[in-house]
Design a binder for this molecule. Structure first.
Ligand SMILES: C[S@@+](CC[C@H](N)C(=O)[O-])C[C@H]1O[C@@H](n2cnc3c(N)ncnc32)[C@H](O)[C@@H]1O
Length: 213
């Protein structure tokens, strides 16, 4: 990131009834919370969809500040509205493309945990452009995670799981927990909508805890 915003100068932008968006330009992620929110671990939930993971994580980890980024504006708006309604002021939902936003975000090493729940359900080659978890995105996550911080990725699509595991294992910046690079349970007590459905349907979930070296 080239340069940082002066502290407190760029509050999140709201456009009437539309979802809130992060400010343009270089983005200082901790500045997305007002100063009175205080400190605490900084977490990120990429592509939260209908938001179950954000709500449950905000309840399970009240000491954390949680930033959600969702490309579907309608969901970002609804989830932000509900977070405010329930007084979960240490979680914020923003609309936007996480790939673009994180590439211009800093400071390096500011994040403690990054959640990527059930990303990239497409498997056709022509959908490759849409994929969130690729090498460039992983480079940004590596830059933004503190040493010891965790990139938590889960999916119910077996070959996606193997692909994500291989990508993170071969990247070189992570140690993967568990046998074969998968862990049996979600260690965070924050279930996403897709995860709840997969478990109700008895589908296996492939979970990766990639710890930043
Ligand atoms: C399969 S859904 C999973 C939703 C939720 N995480 C869950 O587990 O229930 C993938 C989500 O990622 C969002 N998404 C896709 N590309 C994105 C991007 N570049 N930036 C932010 N969100 C994105 C989609 O809009 C969708 O809500």
């Amino acid at each position: 990131m080239a340069g940082t915003l002066a502290e407190g100068t760029a509050p999140p932008v709201r456009y009437g009834k539309l979802a809130q968006r992060v400010p343009d330009g270089d983005l200082n992620l901790p500045d997305l919370f007002p100063e009175e929110a205080g400190g605490g671990p900084l977490e990120l939930d990429v592509g939260f969809g209908r938001g179950a993971s954000l709500f449950s994580r905000a309840e399970a980890a009240p000491e954390s500040r949680i930033i959600g980024i969702e490309i579907k504006s309608k969901w970002a708006f609804k989830v932000e509205e509900r977070l405010r309604k329930y007084g979960l002021d240490r979680a914020r939902a923003f609309a936007g493309d996480a790939r673009e936003i994180l590439h211009r975000s800093g400071p390096d090493g500011c994040l403690d945990v990054v959640f990527l729940h059930f990303p990239d359900p497409w498997w056709k080659r022509r959908h490759d452009k849409r994929r969130v978890l690729n090498d460039a995105f992983t480079d940004d996550i590596v830059r933004l995670l503190r040493p010891g911080g965790v990139f938590y990725v889960q999916t119910d699509v077996e070959d996606r799981g193997a692909m994500f595991r291989d990508l993170l294992r071969d990247h070189g910046a992570f140690d993967l927990e568990g046998e074969d690079g998968f862990v049996a349970d979600n260690p965070y007590g924050a279930r996403s909508n897709r995860e709840i459905r997969a478990e109700e349907d008895g589908l296996p979930v492939f979970r990766i805890v990639a710890r930043r070296r």
